[in-house]
Design a protein around this ligand. Structure first.
Ligand code: HEM
Length: 341
């Protein structure tokens, strides 16, 4: 636990990374953010600016956060239970194609996989009529800060604590006085065997509405059918720089990597506007269907450039909850997408 703040600080402040080979891929999945309605452009700009200061040497075409990643194709087939919760088109049982990007948090593309405990799984469900909806998930069920403002303060504390700063650093003082940040750090897990053997969470509460007009608060979970499997400390230390990305490529060549899409159903009193508070584990969890990750897209470094995921892309029967992060993240992702194009 003591080493995690330092690790996180170094992830946040490290800045430079290598240029990927510039090649084109004709079948790159193209998806631009289309539903951005920034309700707080100023806050979004401040969030984008603080993220950019984490990585002052970000290069054109590269993400300012979750820079190291790989794009996969996939598919989703809803379970019969899904339609009982929502009329959303992708939850009715017809298979839909997916675009999925696995990533490491932080803006450093050359970082070794073993150094970054926060992993992203961002995905787009692509409907036959051209619409789509996204889920942007990380492998932690809670966020580090309860409000976007506090996330700025967290990043500023990290930036004021470069490696070698005398203890207690600004980041250590911040974490010491913010229980939500402590819960986030405590929830980080050892390096997994695979991106395909860990769970991912969209964290914020969403609302599903079914054909009877019943609306429920839910939180999304993506759970590996293979189960959770970690590397030992020795295996993690000995792992090569691209261990997780290479492993997933090999795993998908042997067959699809399967996840369950689950909805944790909120009950009265469960907070929907604070992403740092987990709902009780005894809440009902519904299996909404099966995600298959089928294969890495050729020339993924080029293929990821036109892709821009959004955190709360609504459809009939699927709405964002009242978490203020949705509007803030809309603004940040629009700026980040524009910045790399
Ligand atoms: C205010 C809080 C947050 C800020 C400022 C922020 C900022 C960013 C930025 C700037 C990017 C790069 C986007 C791009 O270039 O397309 C990014 C990517 C990402 N973020 Fe966030 N983020 C926040 C919260 C979250 C949360 C709560 C989650 C998970 C539940 C999350 C998951 C991701 C993922 C998975 C990616 C990678 C997307 C991809 O593969 O293209 N972020 N974030």
């Amino acid at each position: 636990m003591q080493s995690r703040p330092l690790l996180l600080a170094s992830l946040l402040v490290l800045g430079s990374f290598a240029v990927a080979p510039a090649q084109t891929h004709a079948q790159a999945p193209a998806q631009a953010p289309t539903q951005v309605q920034s309700q707080d452009a100023t806050l979004g700009q401040r969030l984008f600016d603080v993220m950019s200061r984490n990585n002052p040497e970000v290069l054109p075409g590269r993400r300012v956060n979750h820079a190291k990643g790989a794009v996969y194709t996939g598919s989703f087939t809803a379970s019969p239970d899904a339609a009982t919760l929502s009329i959303a088109p992708h939850l009715q049982g017809q298979p839909v194609p997916m675009v999925i990007r696995f990533s490491l948090a932080g803006g450093v593309i050359a970082v070794p996989d073993k150094s970054v405990p926060v992993h992203g799984m961002a995905m787009s469900f692509q409907l036959p009529d051209g619409r789509s909806t996204d889920l942007m998930c990380i492998n932690v069920p809670v966020f580090v800060s309860p409000t976007p403002e506090e996330f700025i303060a967290f990043n500023e504390a990290a930036q004021a604590s470069p490696p070698g700063s005398p203890a207690p650093t600004a980041l250590q003082r911040f974490i010491g006085s913010h229980p939500a940040a402590q819960r986030f750090l405590a929830a980080l897990k050892p390096m997994p065997q695979s991106f395909g053997t860990e769970s991912y969470f969209a964290i914020h509460a969403f609302r599903l509405t079914n054909a009877a007009g019943e609306t429920r608060n839910i939180r999304w979970r993506i759970v590996p059918e293979a189960g959770y499997a970690a590397r030992s400390a020795e295996e993690a230390v000995a792992s090569p720089p691209n261990a997780l990305f290479d492993e997933l490529e090999a795993r998908t060549k042997a067959g699809p990597v399967a996840f369950r899409l689950e909805a944790q159903i909120g009950e009265a009193g469960d907070p929907t506007n604070d992403p740092t508070i987990a709902w009780p584990e005894e809440r009902r969890v519904v299996n909404l269907g099966r995600i298959l990750v089928t294969g890495e897209v050729p020339n993924t470094a080029e293929a990821e450039k036109p892709i821009g995921f959004l955190a709360g892309k609504e459809l009939p029967g699927l709405a964002r909850g009242d978490d203020p992060f949705f509007a803030a993240r809309d603004a940040v992702y629009a700026l980040a997408f524009a910045r790399r194009h």
